[in-house]
Each structure stands twice: as structure tokens, then as C-alpha cells.
Design a binder for this molecule. Structure first.
Ligand code: ZN
Length: 138
């Protein structure tokens, strides 16, 4: 069995952003040389997510509105966590949107559904943060 590990770095301009990382993940898969197996991709920070959904800007706008209803960024004082930080909302948003995705690798390609794309969801950006890609198989 082969195994491959790679870290991807992101530094978003905004506090919240969604980045389609499918091409970057596909590149890591090519680099690994693995043809059959499983690919794990997870955020290495507790205020960002990796998730699968549609690459459609209206939907991303809906995510933003929905998450702001569930866990509004402001006022910062509404959260107990915000004694020394201002990112309680980002922790909550990350919990809803998930930590990781697992995708099947078949014939050297990501075996995704027709509209499935892999996203990095940033909820407390403007600083360098990492995503882990781990691929196992042969
Ligand atoms: Zn925090």
C-alpha cells in the first residue's frame, strides 16, 4: 500500500471565503501516483472547513446568510468564547460545515458525483491556515 501526504496553505483576503480546491486536490492525487484508494482532505484549523457541494455563487451566498442566522459574527460580546478572541462564530460555523471530506480514488481520478466539488470554507481568515491531504491506496 502506498501513502501520500501534502499540506495546502491558504491566506484569504476576507474573514469568510469559499474556495474551490478540487483542481488542487486533483493535482495532489496525480502527484501521489495512487490509482485506487481513498483520499482524505481536512482542515487543520478549528475555524475552517472542508466540504463538498455545488460550485454555484448563489448557493455560496445562501450559505453565508444561513450561517450568519445560525451563528452571527456580531455582536462579539454574545459569545462566552470571545473573552480573548472574536471568533466564536467561526468555531460554530466550522462545526456545521464540517471538518473533512473523504473521496474515493478510481482509475487515478477523484470519483465524485456529477456536481460535487471540494471546497475550503474559511470563517476566520486573513491569516495563513492549512489543509491536509492524505491519500492511501495503490
Ligand atoms: Zn477561538
Amino acid at each position: 500500500m502506498k501513502s501520500f501526504r501534502k499540506e495546502l496553505w491558504f491566506e484569504t483576503r476576507n474573514r469568510r471565503e469559499y474556495i474551490n480546491i478540487t483542481p488542487t486536490i486533483a493535482e495532489a492525487l496525480r502527484e501521489s501516483g495512487i490509482k485506487e484508494g481513498l483520499l482524505l482532505c481536512n482542515a487543520m484549523h478549528i475555524t475552517s472547513s472542508v466540504f463538498i457541494n455545488d460550485d454555484e455563487s448563489g448557493l455560496h451566498n445562501d450559505f453565508e446568510k444561513w450561517l450568519e442566522k445560525l451563528a452571527p459574527e456580531k455582536p462579539y460580546s454574545q459569545y462566552t468564547h470571545n473573552g480573548f478572541e472574536d471568533n466564536a462564530d467561526a468555531h460554530l460555523k466550522r462545526t456545521i460545515m464540517g471538518r473533512e471530506v473523504v473521496a474515493a480514488v478510481t482509475n487515478g481520478k477523484l470519483d465524485l458525483g456529477p456536481w460535487e466539488q471540494i471546497f475550503y470554507g474559511e470563517f476566520d481568515g486573513k491569516r495563513k491556515k492549512r489543509v491536509l491531504v492524505k491519500i492511501i491506496g495503490e
